[in-house]
Ligand binder design. Structure first.
Ligand SMILES: *Cc1c(COP(=O)(O)O)cnc(C)c1O
Length: 228
């Protein structure tokens, strides 16, 4: 018998495939990050058995602890939370992609840690398209200068942007945020050829995000159930 987790996961996968087909996109160009924050490692193991390999966490110590407990698993970890400089030492050694960089000091510290761990860190810049004060991220008109400053960090590779839509039922507001993120990416992608990824779309809005060009979806509750 299929578990609840399995049923939810395949429902999400099917809906992504269906939407991609509908809008003429290649499903293989859309990466699903299963956001496992607050769920225990047992749940991640169960998800792994189903075939999930990419997990997103947004607390640094939680990422450190879980990745250590699951060291023998072939998991691709993504860090999607707010960044504190002194916690980057927990994030950089284990993260394939950091979605949420907003400050040059963060890049400086990441670059330093990358030398220590002998890696190149792929990164997304978080942009605050909606302009909400509670949201982290660069304003769209700050992105150009920021990108030009990043070229000094030889071990940091900026591969795209992450954004979050406002918490609203208004689909057009959500759509506009995603659309503007894509326009921003297109604006800079000839000058910065590594810019390809758009991390946008969560449980409540990922289908709109696919329509607007998301390449990475961050989905938690729709896969794992409501967080306690
Ligand atoms: C929690 C979280 C998600 C997933 O949210 P759901 O609504 O549960 O899908 C995605 N992105 C970020 C940055 C998050 O913190």
């Amino acid at each position: 018998m299929k578990s609840k987790l399995e049923i939810r996961y395949y429902n999400v996968l099917d809906s992504i495939k269906e939407k991609a087909l509908e809008v003429g996109r290649d499903y293989n160009n859309i990466k699903l990050v299963a956001v496992s924050k607050t769920f225990p490692v047992e749940v991640i193991k169960e998800a792994y058995e189903i075939g999930i390999r990419i997990f997103g966490e947004n607390y640094a110590q939680e990422l450190r602890d879980k990745s250590k407990l699951l060291e023998s698993y072939d998991i691709e970890w993504h860090y999607i939370g707010r960044i504190q400089l002194n916690k980057l030492k927990y994030i950089v050694p284990v993260s394939r992609l950091i979605h949420s960089v907003t400050r040059i000091e963060e890049l400086k510290e990441i670059n330093k840690l990358c030398r220590k761990y002998n890696k190149v860190q792929e990164i997304l810049i978080q942009v605050n398209i909606s302009g909400e004060e509670t949201k982290a991220g660069l304003k769209p008109d700050e992105v150009g200068d920021f990108l030009r400053e990043t070229v000094d960090f030889e071990r940091v590779k900026i591969v795209g942007f992450m954004t979050m839509a406002p918490f609203t039922d208004n689909k057009e507001i959500i759509r506009n945020v995603f659309k503007n993120a894509r326009v921003l990416l297109e604006k800079f992608s000839s000058e910065f050829s590594n810019l390809k990824e758009l991390s946008m779309g969560m449980s409540n809005d990922y289908l709109i995000a696919i329509e607007e060009g998301a390449t990475i979806l961050r989905i938690g509750s729709k896969i794992f159930g409501e967080r306690g």
